[in-house]
Design a protein around this ligand. Structure first.
Ligand code: TEU
Length: 573
């Protein structure tokens, strides 16, 4: 049989460079700062570093608006600094995956500047233009960060499409020259030594902009997406070894994902799906909290486990630079506050944001890393960082947050209510600087005032404090989880079975391989208590739990009892 791909045993660490470490003292993280702190990542045992965008960019969306795909923004360093980083990453036995943002470019990219010249110049067709209809936008599509998805260009007297900010015009993937230019660019990065790509909103590159409906959802992913990805594979990835490709795909279904990640179809290794991070969003807006509960979350992830069991592969994440911190969202003040509480405004807000922080951070990591798929650790989660806790608008930086606030308050929402929504949902919750220690002015992140505040966790939650916490180090727990994946074939490939699916506070499942003879193939049972009360394991679960493999609270005094926010991995009896 074919050996399994290397990334079934890999763990990825995501770096959001502007918030990781500042090497040149301007208050913004950069490549030099990252290079200095690489051992923090390597010692965790991860296999891959995914670097969020460092390309030249006006920073309208923190680098997700690229004006030169082949150079580094001076904010982050130089191309020589990048090469030096790549050498150091490889020297530590890790791979480096770049962000690829080709659904759109910056409006300052020379391609778009050229496209503005006239509707007949060749580059014009590299973007998506429509004539006005009755003096208006051609359809009612809305941009993700507010306002219409079409902006008027007075020069060409046409509208151009942008699914995000007006500074991020969408590229036209129907144009073969555009596609060739993107593939050439990707090949040059791979030739330079990078090891793959995380592809930003890649399921949106094939869209039907002629659709007249007021809602873009049905049209952002057209069947041609599969042709584009197969062509990309053939022109870029075929014949290259040991790469990793992961496509970010808002709205993707498990059925779609099985196609995208079926190895025989040569499209992508894995995708980021959004189902589990949408459960607490109202359909109308991500800023409206929707009640959810543990059974719903368990079922959602379990459905993806089953759906991609025979073909395809999952990526596993609870957070990234767009999502709140897992401890705050799924911990005692979030999901753990219960379905009723998570519905109301201010749920958990009065509570201690640090309650059971170590336990919740390590429990959530245990559950995530024990699923089948490739786990992604977002910077800061390995020390159990919490939401930013900002209380006034001037603390926020994110364009999505600022635009939403302006719109909501403009429509009459009380300011306090809008600030409350930002406090649980803003992307800035995960973008505060890594607090390396408790020194002024910025916890070792920078010698200057940082571009965004340190957040409520600082100076209590720091890398130094966590590393000194011994048995209660979130970092150390992640290291053990990653080590377990490397040692255990069951963790990598075993099939997943959810136990006690309807239990309101117990998350329990087994992982097992069909024959399972070798030591690395022992079947495992995972049990986790998402509550502040002791939990007595149901007999069918307790009966399975043999030797303790790993736990966040050490050996249990009473094996059939889970302490508050305890998570354990046992060999199956
Ligand atoms: O995000 C795409 C996306 O759909 C969302 O997760 C988005 O960030 C948002 O939360 C909508 O409410 C990707 C990047 O990860 C994000 O940082 C960029 O802003 C976006 O694409 C545009 O490039």
């Amino acid at each position: 049989t074919e050996p399994e791909p290397w990334w079934t045993g890999a763990v990825v660490y995501q770096v959001y460079p502007r918030s990781f470490a500042d090497g040149d003292g301007d208050g913004v993280g950069d490549l030099a700062g990252l290079r200095k702190h690489l051992d923090h990542i390597a010692d965790l045992g991860v296999d891959v570093v995914w670097l969020s965008p460092v390309y030249r960019s006006p920073q309208a969306d923190n680098g997700y608006d690229i004006s030169d795909y082949e150079d580094i923004d001076p904010l982050f360093g130089t191309i020589d600094e990048f090469d030096a980083l790549l050498v150091e990453v490889h020297r530590r036995g890790m791979r480096l995956v770049m962000d690829l943002v080709v659904n759109h470019s910056s409006d300052q990219h020379p391609w778009f500047r050229a496209a503005l010249q006239s509707p007949t110049c060749p580059k014009h067709d590299w973007y998506i233009w429509r004539d006005p209809v009755d003096g208006h936008e051609p359809n009612g599509w809305r941009a993700a960060f507010g306002g219409p998805a079409w902006s008027w260009d007075p020069g060409t007297r046409q509208y151009y499409l942008h699914m995000f900010t007006p500074q991020q015009p969408d590229l036209n993937w129907n144009n073969p020259d555009l596609r060739a230019a993107v593939y050439d660019m990707m090949n040059r990065w791979l030739d330079r030594g990078v090891d793959g790509f995380r592809m930003d909103v890649i399921n949106h590159i094939a869209k039907d902009a002629d659709a007249l409906s007021g809602d873009s959802d049905a049209y952002v992913m057209q069947p041609r997406i599969h042709d584009h990805l197969q062509e990309m594979h053939e022109r870029v990835f075929a014949g290259r070894d040991a790469l990793l490709t992961v496509g970010e795909m808002p709205g993707v279904t498990v059925e779609d994902a099985a196609l995208f990640t079926d190895p025989d179809r040569h499209e992508l290794d894995m995708v980021f799906q959004f189902e589990h991070v949408g459960l607490d969003h109202a359909a109308s807006s991500k800023f409206t909290r929707q009640a959810t509960d543990l059974p719903t979350l368990k079922h959602s992830l379990a459905r993806w486990q089953t759906g991609l069991e025979d073909r395809g592969w999952n990526s596993l994440y609870l957070s990234n630079h767009d999502q709140p911190r897992p401890v705050s969202r799924f911990g005692p003040g979030g999901l753990g506050a219960g379905a009723g509480a998570s519905a109301g405004a201010g749920a958990g807000a009065g509570d201690d944001p640090f309650a059971y922080r170590y336990e919740a951070a390590t429990l959530l990591a245990t559950v995530l890393h024990l699923h089948r798929g490739t786990p992604y650790v977002y910077q800061g989660d390995e020390i159990g960082m919490v939401n930013a806790g900002f209380t006034s608008l001037d603390e926020y930086r994110d364009v999505e947050s600022l635009n939403w606030f302006r719109g909501a308050v403009g429509r009459g929402m009380p300011i306090a209510e809008a600030l409350e929504a930002l406090s649980f949902r803003s992307r800035d919750n995960a973008r505060t600087p890594i607090p390396w220690d408790d020194t002024e002015p910025a916890g070792g992140f920078s010698t200057a005032t940082p571009w965004i505040g340190m957040g409520q966790g600082w100076p209590r939650v720091t890398v130094a404090a966590d590393r000194a916490a011994g048995e209660r180090s979130v970092y150390e727990h992640h290291r053990r989880l990653i080590d377990l994946r490397h040692r255990s074939r069951t963790v990598r490939l075993g099939s997943f079975t959810l136990l006690e699916a309807e239990h309101p506070t117990l998350w329990a499942f087994t992982r097992a391989l069909p024959d399972g003879a070798a030591a690395s193939e022992v079947p495992l049972v995972v049990v986790a208590n998402l509550s502040a009360q002791d939990l007595e394991l149901p007999a069918d679960v307790a009966g399975r739990a043999g030797d303790l493999v790993l736990g966040n609270l050490g050996a249990p005094p009473v094996p059939a009892l889970l302490r508050p926010w305890e998570a354990r991995v046992h060999a199956c009896r």
